[in-house]
Every structure is written in structure tokens, then in C-alpha cells.
Design a protein around this ligand. Structure first.
Ligand SMILES: Nc1ncnc2c1ncn2[C@@H]1O[C@H](COP(=O)(O)OP(=O)(O)O)[C@@H](O)[C@H]1O
Ligand SMILES: [Mg+2]
Length: 295
């Protein structure tokens, strides 16, 4: 049942991409990046090598080696508690402040280990932005939310233009252009989440990490954010955590499947292009997960 639904979604996507209503998913052209990333793929924006994460004595991630291709949407899926958010937060050092957090292995952004001594964490977080589950605009005006990052980063350009561009990029401009001085908290949940995306875009990042960005939104607002992700992938690298497999099938090019081992440490059981994950998984555990046998 679930599997058929996922295949429907993939077929619909292929049809939209090619414009051919007769196109069958199996015959559809694979996404542009269909070849699995090679061991040293220069197109990889982010890469982990043998990543292990501990919170105190608890091991939350074990041996995660993954390559996130640039200018694509990569989804991280898996049951609750398997370490999806932990992995996502490693990509821009958001775990640093958690007491007991310890990391082994490497996280590389364009070949540079972001956990190496001397790395400027503020710069890492500017280049690799994050959007959270619950929209969290500042209790300030719409304008000030977007202008905030450029201001503290000392941007020289014209702030009005930066704000407009970010809001346009986040597909929010038309809805708010007449009320930029209004409080951000007066917006709907979906608008607030697009405002948070605009806030992230305003400092000109290269990667946007999104941790279940739609889980607090209604279906219409969710589809808007999903369309936006597809659009943003033309210019940015997107990594999204979702426990919603339909969402992963709708928006992502690549999918990483995470699972909890017996000691509850999170492991990555499979990483492949999204079509393969949902139609032809190599790992039995992926198959069981996507057919709803557990998780
Ligand atoms: N700040 C933290 N301190 C201690 N343990 C944590 C913390 N955050 C997450 N964990 C634990 O790490 C594991 C993975 O959590 P998380 O990355 O949030 O998983 P997911 O996002 O897949 O639900 C869970 O067992 C969770 O309880
Ligand atoms: Mg999570």
C-alpha cells in the first residue's frame, strides 16, 4: 500500500519533470545526479567519514559515511530517535553547545574539516544555514527578521534590496511586500516558516539544513515549502530531515535511510538516489521500513 503510493509519487514527479503524461516511472530518465557519488566526489558539498557522535556515554551515531551532492535535495529518513537531527546538526556544528557532546570521524564541507581547530564556527553557520521544525521568527517585524543576519554580519549592500531578494527567494515577497513593518508573529505558520527560510537566505549561505520543516504545518503550507525546496535546489544544497516518506519521495533527489542498532546508536543503512530507495532498495531493512513493517 505505502509502497504503491510512493511509486505513484515518483511517477508523478517524473511526469512533471518530462512533461510526458505517458511516462512510466521505470522508464523515466533518472535524476541528473543518478550515478552514486564516487568515493571522492568533487561535487559533494558535505561529506562525513566514519562519523560517531556521543552524548555523554550514550552513542547516538555510529560510523556514518555519507556524501551530500551539491545543488540537490538530500533527505534523511528513519524512525524517531535514530539520530537524524543529530546528524543534521553535525553539518553546521549546532551540537557544539550540547553538554556531553563528543564527535569522532570527520565532517567535511567542500573538502575542509569543519571540526578542525581554528575553523570559524560563525562562518560555518553562515555558509550552512538551518531551519527548524517549529517556525521560530524573532518577535520583531518581518523586515527586521530578514535584515537581522546581514546587519550582524556587517553587510554593506542596500539592506532593502537584500531583504526583498531573500523574501522573493523564499516565495514570500508577494504576500508580505505591503506590510514589511508588521510583526512576524502575525503571519500564518507556513508564512512564518518561509520567513525563517528567507532569514537563512539573507546571509547568502551555500547549504540549507531543514529539520522536519513541515511537521508543524498544514498540508497546503507543506506543499508550498516542498515546492520552494525544489526551487532552492537550483542554487543551494538542501538537506532535509523528515519522518514522512511521501515527502522524501516528493522532494528529494537522494535519500539516506537511518536506523537504530540494538544499543540504540543510529546507523545509516542505505544511501542512494531517491527512486532506488523507494522502488528497489538494496537493504532488507530499508525495504521493511518503506513498506511500513516497522518505524
Ligand atoms: N541533547 C541531547 N542530550 C542527550 N541525548 C540526546 C540529545 N539529543 C538527542 N539525544 C539522543 O540521541 C538519540 C538521537 O536523537 P535525535 O538525533 O534527536 O533523533 P531523531 O532526530 O532521529 O529523532 C536519541 O536517543 C536521543 O534521545
Ligand atoms: Mg529529530
Amino acid at each position: 500500500m505505502i509502497r504503491e503510493r510512493l511509486e505513484d509519487i515518483l511517477r508523478e514527479r517524473a511526469r512533471l519533470q518530462t512533461g510526458d503524461p505517458q511516462m512510466e516511472a521505470a522508464e523515466a530518465a533518472p535524476p541528473a545526479a543518478a550515478a552514486p557519488p564516487a568515493a571522492e566526489d568533487p561535487g559533494a558539498a558535505l561529506r562525513t567519514e566514519g562519523l560517531a557522535v556521543y552524548y555523554g556515554h550514550f552513542q547516538a551515531l555510529r560510523d556514518v559515511s555519507l556524501q551530500v551532492p551539491g545543488n540537490r535535495v538530500t533527505a534523511i529518513i528513519g524512525a524517531s530517535g535514530c539520530g537524524k537531527s543529530t546528524l543534521l546538526r553535525c553539518f553546521n556544528r549546532m551540537n557544539d553547545a550540547i553538554p556531553g557532546f563528543r564527535l569522532q570521524g570527520a565532517v567535511l564541507f567542500k573538502g575542509q574539516d569543519i571540526y578542525e581547530r581554528g575553523v570559524d564556527v560563525v562562518d560555518v553557520r553562515r555558509r550552512i544555514g538551518m531551519v527548524f521544525q517549529k517556525p521560530n521568527p524573532f518577535p520583531k517585524s518581518i523586515y527586521e527578521n530578514v535584515a537581522f543576519g546581514p546587519r550582524i554580519n556587517g553587510y554593506e549592500g542596500r539592506l532593502d534590496e537584500i531583504v526583498e531578494r531573500a523574501l522573493r527567494h523564499a516565495a514570500l515577497w508577494e504576500e508580505v511586500k505591503g506590510k514589511l513593518r508588521q510583526g512576524a508573529l502575525t503571519l500564518s505558520g507556513g508564512q512564518q516558516q518561509r520567513l525563517c527560510i528567507a532569514r537563512a537566505l539573507a546571509v547568502e549561505p551555500e547549504v540549507i539544513l531543514m529539520d522536519e520543516p513541515c511537521s508543524a504545518l498544514d498540508p497546503v503550507a507543506t506543499l508550498k515549502i516542498e515546492d520552494l525546496m525544489r526551487e532552492l535546489a537550483k542554487e543551494y544544497t538542501i538537506v532535509i530531515v523528515t519522518h514522512n516518506m511521501q515527502q522524501a519521495a516528493r522532494v528529494s533527489d537522494w535519500t539516506a535511510v537511518m536506523m537504530m542498532a540494538e544499543d540504540r546508536a543510529g546507523e545509516m543503512v542505505e544511501f542512494a538516489d531517491t527512486r532506488s530507495i523507494f522502488t528497489n532498495p538494496r537493504d532488507k531493512r530499508t525495504e521493511d521500513y518503506i513498506t511500513g513493517r516497522f518505524g
